[in-house]
Write a protein that binds this ligand. Structure first.
Ligand code: UDP
Ligand code: MG
Length: 321
């Protein structure tokens, strides 16, 4: 085991960027004055931006040898951008931050101190959220649901803002799945993990690109790729419906045996058909969600298509010991 207090590790900060031209100048300025006390590199992943993000990155990398970027051929999504960043990052420590300054880079000094104490993953825990009350309720319940249903520890209220040791990143990079729910994969890896609380500021400039639809998709990815509880739920629902049907059959037989005429039956038939039909459709839907994800994995396509890269990424990477 290396002595983490004695070494001066090299850190690489990874920023996924999608249409961030409004906030990038401020971010680049903040990074210019950032001093973490150890050698620092920056890696920007341009996730197929359609605004001036790429040209801003090109300019920044031309003038600053600490910086590099790689760009995608189109928008592949935040989680894929983070994964690409982890793949191409260099150094002993890798940090993932949002480009909109919602994850303050200067907090990394505290993260590094925690790493020196022996933790391999240090992630940020959001103590306050500046989003609307409706979104806050959604986030709150999602993390609690995930914790209850998944078979691994996924820290509550932790996003992708984290510092990881090289050995953790190597494991994540080796995971083949296409559905990259990075904070889930990070939890799956194990090792010693710790959270640091921070008040998450509002987005510095520009607009968030996560709308309700994308957030729902991310939440579904998280739930379905880390938990088979929904499958179990569908089985229980099916069993419940069948039991209800059976109970009704017994009741109808009872009525028949007692010599009375069976009731007209229109209402009960309709209720049963609606109920069973509803349960069946729901179960099929859940199965479909899993099947769709299996289909994505089986196709085995690359996670992203690279457009171009520059900065220190063009230097040959040091041979791995
Ligand atoms: N992002 C990305 N690809 C996308 C959407 C977002 O790389 O398709 C980046 C974005 O530039 C930002 C981070 O992911 O750095 C978080 O996005 P955003 O601020 O929209 O999300 P929120 O802070 O609302 O979770
Ligand atoms: Mg944001």
């Amino acid at each position: 085991m290396i002595d983490r207090h004695a070494t001066a590790p090299e850190i690489c900060l990874v920023f996924p960027c999608y249409n961030e031209e409004e906030v990038l100048p401020d971010l680049l300025q903040a990074l210019k004055v950032l001093d973490l006390g150890i050698p620092t590199r920056f890696l920007f992943i341009d996730d197929g931006s359609t605004d001036g993000t790429l040209s801003l990155l090109q300019k920044a990398c031309d003038s600053n040898p600490q910086m590099a970027y790689l760009s995608f051929s189109r928008n592949f999504g935040h989680q894929v951008a983070v994964s690409a960043g982890l793949k191409h990052a260099r150094g002993d420590l890798i940090a993932v931050l949002d480009a909109d300054l919602q994850d303050p880079p200067e907090l990394l000094s505290q993260f590094i101190a925690k790493w020196r104490e022996g933790f391999d993953v240090v992630y940020g825990i959001r103590t306050n959220r500046k989003e609307s009350w409706f979104l806050r309720i959604c986030y709150h319940n999602f993390y609690r649901l995930l914790e209850k249903t998944s078979n691994i520890q996924i820290p509550r209220d932790a996003g992708d803002f984290a510092l990881m040791d090289r050995r953790v990143v190597e494991v994540i990079n080796a995971l083949p799945e296409h559905n990259r729910f990075v904070r889930g994969l990070r939890g799956w890896v194990g090792f010693r993990q710790a959270g640091i609380k921070y008040a998450r500021p509002a987005r510095h400039a520009g607009k968030p690109s996560y709308n309700m639809k994308r957030l729902t998709r991310l939440a579904l990815d998280g739930l379905l790729s880390f938990s088979s509880a929904p499958l179990r739920l569908s089985a229980w629902l099916g069993a419940g419906a069948a039991l209800l049907g059976f109970g009704y059959l017994v009741y109808a037989l009872g009525v028949f045996m007692s010599g009375k005429d069976l009731p007209e039956g229109w209402t009960s038939t309709v209720v049963l058909i609606l109920f069973l039909g509803g349960v069946q459709l729901m179960v099929l839907g859940i199965l479909g969600e899993y099947l769709g994800r299996i289909f994505e994995e089986v196709k085995g396509r690359p996670h992203y298509v690279m457009n171009e890269y520059a900065g220190w990424l063009t230097e040959p990477s040091p041979a791995k010991e």
